[in-house]
Design a protein around this ligand. Structure first.
Ligand SMILES: [Zn+2]
Ligand SMILES: [Zn+2]
Ligand SMILES: [Zn+2]
Length: 349
């Protein structure tokens, strides 16, 4: 407020001075300084306008400055490279070396320009002719926005912070209510598509040594009740060591002996071998014979016997076995196949 009052004060003082001294200067009458510019459309290659006669008009576009001299009537044409909608430039009119007047120029879209967006964008914007209406359809909902009266800029933000999505329809309606442009824009939204590749287990067999080992088991033996002698063990030892007695053919026959099958061993006579982890020796006399004879030497009373559980050791020889060694566990691999958009467009990896 203070500054404004000061400016007005200064201006009225200067006006008073010019009246007093009869000076008619453009420098003082700011309002009468002329710099008008015709509307500049996108892709234009010249800027036309009017300013004070013989003035030089300059405009910086990018890094270069373009200029033109106004003719006697003040008309000028500045040749420029193609310009894009939405760009803003400042024209400067010089009287000699002195800046005379500046003016901002906005490049106007001929029909419709939509600024770059992604399907994840939260808004969509662009340019059209100033004051035209833009109807933007996003996910079935239509948003109506009036473009800026100066720049033609418009911007639409979907409700609830929603994303724009891949497909947008834009309609431009002129100031008389007539639809002048209608467009549908699709921006691909590529999403990675994977497939699962199963890899089988890879391995090989290795020969592994299993060392010799002993196990124990319990089985029942006959014992002499007079002296505690293990009769079954004595019998089995005689089989192992082949120290059992040999009989004449007649006695053998009485026990059922044959050249081919030896002594028949039924029931416990067979079981005593397997229970004690021995192969049945068919040519050895039976345990029943041993018991009946009170031991091979007849020293024990084969009728005065009892049974007792004894622990026997079973020896297992060292062996080898084939063991499967896994070199690579089976696994599922996620393999990228392509990138697909909802519209069916496929971009290979
Ligand atoms: Zn697409
Ligand atoms: Zn005895
Ligand atoms: Zn291996």
């Amino acid at each position: 407020m203070r500054r404004r009052r000061l400016t007005i004060g200064l201006l009225s003082m200067m006006m008073a001075a010019s009246v007093a001294f009869g000076i008619q200067g453009n420098d003082v009458h700011a309002a009468s300084k002329k710099l008008s510019v015709n509307r500049v459309y996108e892709n234009a290659t010249r800027i036309n306008g009017k300013t004070r006669k013989k003035n030089i008009v300059r405009v910086k576009i990018g890094k270069k400055t373009y200029k033109a001299k106004a003719n006697k009537k003040g008309k000028f044409t500045v040749k420029i490279p193609r310009v894009a909608a939405g760009k803003k430039y400042t024209l400067k009119s010089y009287k000699g070396k002195k800046l005379y007047k500046t003016k901002k120029v906005y490049v106007i879209a001929k029909k419709l320009k939509i600024n770059k967006y992604t399907p994840n964008s939260k808004s969509i914007s662009g340019y059209t002719r100033p004051s035209y209406k833009v109807k933007v359809k996003i996910a079935g909902k239509t948003y109506v926005k009036k473009a800026s009266a100066v720049t033609g800029y418009w911007k639409v933000k979907p409700d609830n912070n929603k994303k724009i999505g891949t497909t947008v329809s834009v309609k431009v309606v002129n100031t008389k209510g007539k639809t002048v442009t209608e467009t549908k824009k699709h921006v691909h939204d590529y999403k990675a598509v994977y497939k699962t590749v199963h890899h089988n287990e890879v391995g090989h067999y290795e020969t592994v040594e299993v060392p010799a080992w002993d196990s124990e088991k319990e089985t029942s033996h006959y014992f002499c009740l007079q002296d505690g002698f293990d009769l079954t063990q004595d019998y089995l030892d005689s089989v192992k060591n082949k120290t059992y007695p040999d009989y004449d053919e007649e006695t053998k026959k009485e026990w059922g002996y044959t050249e081919e099958n030896g002594y028949p061993k039924n029931g416990y006579d067979a079981l005593v071998f397997t229970n004690n982890n021995m192969e049945i020796d068919k040519f050895a006399p039976t345990e029943s014979m041993y018991m009946g004879l009170h031991g091979w030497n007849g020293e024990h009373d084969g009728h005065n016997v009892g049974t007792k559980l004894v622990k026997i050791k079973i020896h297992h020889e060292a062996t080898t076995k084939q063991v499967w060694k896994v070199d690579q566990k089976s696994y599922d691999e996620k393999v990228l196949v392509s990138y697909n958009c909802d519209c069916g467009s496929v971009k290979n990896k």
